[in-house]
Design a protein around this ligand. Structure first.
Ligand code: GUN
Length: 292
């Protein structure tokens, strides 16, 4: 069993990005600048955004964090986005999801300038992705593709089952893996909450991407020998024995599934760190596109 080590791989990627930044600076160019808008004080979202800011510091980017109260109006958020769209010093920005229920998420994502949309959530970037045109790929699927590529997991002609059809992970994963590209050329099935007899599908799969958000959902009896498993789930489960009061659980029952796997991502230390590294990669790309 080979562990798809996202922590190590993301470390390698961040070193590569830091070297590119140092190169830019030595040529008298500016450092890339990422901004993030966080609405409210959701614990998980705060953790993710802080991790993104910390990653910026590590690779030599400038970063700006805009904290807005949970009861901020949609109008106020649209104004902040408009300002970031106009600011010449900002190369890319993200609006951390989920947003409070009174804000229309789609309306917000559509307000972001596609040239600064380093999350790849704007319909222009989603459309370009579907057409395999140059664009910002959403960071989690982009990170998974990078991990599969760097570990040389064979994907061409393989049976892939993606569990989950979210706009952020499942849907883009299914599109990318079926495309003609590195870690692509696979035959992809998208399974979801209405899928019947999921186990019959997963037992046939060479690669399973579990992105449904149910801790420990995929168990050893559901997979075949030699499978590659990518676990996108990261649910906080209460655990009084931990200092934080919780532990992170993936969608995969690691103990039983890893015994049958050729490759598997751990949680934590798998997909999560890759997501942040790919956001840095997109921001560097945005900066290069804008300033050369
Ligand atoms: N919430 C969960 N994943 C993501 C992500 O990749 N980007 C943003 N902006 N919010 C998220």
């Amino acid at each position: 069993m080979i562990l798809l080590d996202g922590k190590k791989t993301s470390g390698d990627l961040k070193k590569e990005i830091a070297a590119s930044v140092a190169d830019r600076i030595s040529q008298g160019k500016k450092a890339p600048h990422l901004a993030a808008i966080l609405v409210g004080t959701d614990g998980a979202s705060m953790t993710y955004v802080n991790a993104k800011v910390k990653a910026c510091q590590r690779v030599g980017f400038d970063s700006t964090l805009i904290n807005m109260p949970a009861d901020s109006s949609e109008e106020k958020l649209l104004q902040e986005i408009d300002q970031l769209n106009r600011r010449k010093d900002i190369d890319g920005f993200i609006v951390q999801l989920p947003l409070p229920a009174h804000i229309d998420e789609q309306k917000i994502l559509m307000a972001v300038d596609p040239e600064k949309d380093v999350d790849g959530f704007h319909p222009v970037n989603v459309g370009k992705m579907a057409l395999n045109l140059p664009c910002f790929l959403p960071a989690t699927p982009f990170g998974i593709m990078e991990l599969l590529e760097r570990y040389q997991v064979p994907t061409s002609g393989k049976q892939v089952v993606v569990i989950g059809r979210s706009h952020i992970v499942g849907r883009p994963m299914s599109i990318l893996m079926s495309q003609q590209r590195p870690a692509g050329n696979a035959t992809v099935t998208v399974a979801h909450s209405r899928t019947q007899n999921l186990k019959a599908l997963t037992l046939q799969a060479d690669i399973i991407v579990a992105a449904l958000g149910i801790p420990g959902f995929l168990t050893g009896d559901m997979v075949k020998e030699g499978v590659t498993v990518v676990d996108v789930g990261i649910t906080r489960l209460e655990d009084p024995s931990k200092k934080s009061g919780y532990r992170l659980s993936g969608d995969v029952h690691f103990e039983s599934v890893s015994k049958k796997s050729s490759h598997i991502t751990p949680v934590p230390g798998g997909v999560g760190p890759m997501t942040i590294a790919m956001l840095m990669k997109n921001t560097l790309l945005a900066c290069k596109r804008k300033d050369g």
